[in-house]
Ligand binder design. Structure first.
Ligand SMILES: [Zn+2]
Ligand SMILES: [Zn+2]
Length: 237
């Protein structure tokens, strides 16, 4: 399989519970031969994350560190209202948004409504990726999810941290075994991210790549194995 050249879901100390600075994340990204690194602090629904004013100051953010192109986004939270937890004024400032369900600010409302809530976040064109749609604790209807991703041009994430910490995301392997074939059937893009909360995890896709090999994943659907393909996707809507 082609090596991955970008990691678009990482957290720095600004998220309040991660262990490296932006520069430390970038340094490790360069060591792992990443061409692009995305730093995506949690949205306001996660206790202790950055104040939203951070998302308004990317004009001052370094755009190249150690030869790595830097992008700045947010991993926003899917709320039970079917919206993400960052308002339009801040979403507009981001290079891209990820949306994901987190138990700290989301209550499981069953497979149908959980799926509806995620799909309704996909309608926002800033939301390019859905993070870790993989845990039995927040069950999702994968056929409906993939159809929604197809309709809105959103990519679904294969999260290496879920595979590394399966107690946090119970059932994740079995759920990816359902999800990935559906992505191939419908031609829906995936992104493979580390969700690093420590610089040592940046660009380490070992477990995810093994799963993709085993599932015989169609490489053309993986966005982050080619910088041009990834950038075209980020500008697509
Ligand atoms: Zn986090
Ligand atoms: Zn997350």
């Amino acid at each position: 399989m082609k090596p991955l050249i970008a990691d678009l879901h990482t957290h720095s100390i600004l998220s309040g519970h991660a262990f490296g600075t932006v520069r430390e994340l970038a340094f490790e990204a360069a060591a792992r031969k990443m061409q692009i690194l995305g730093v995506t602090e949690h949205g306001p629904g996660i206790p202790g994350t950055c104040d939203p004013i951070y998302f308004r100051n990317f004009i001052d953010a370094p755009r190249n560190l150690y030869g790595v192109e830097m992008l700045y986004g947010s991993e926003t939270n899917v709320l039970n209202s079917g919206e993400v937890d960052l308002d339009e004024r801040h979403l507009r400032m981001l290079d891209y948004a990820i949306a994901g369900i987190h138990g700290l600010c989301y209550e499981d409302v069953g497979i149908v409504k959980n799926t509806d809530n995620v799909i309704s976040c996909m309608e926002n064109p800033v939301v390019k990726f859905i993070s870790h749609p993989d845990a039995d604790t927040f069950p999702l209807d994968y056929k409906a999810l993939v159809e929604g991703a197809k309709q809105y041009g959103t990519a679904l994430e294969l999260n290496n941290s879920s595979l590394r910490k399966p107690k946090l995301r119970p059932g994740c392997v079995g759920n990816y075994e359902k999800l990935l074939p559906l992505c191939m059937e419908y031609g829906v893009n995936i992104i493979v991210n580390t969700d690093a909360h420590d610089p040592a995890q940046v660009g380490d896709f070992t477990l995810a790549m093994a799963l993709l090999e085993r599932m015989e994943m169609d490489e053309t659907l993986i966005l982050n194995n080619d910088a041009d393909k990834l950038k075209k996707f980020l500008l697509s809507r």
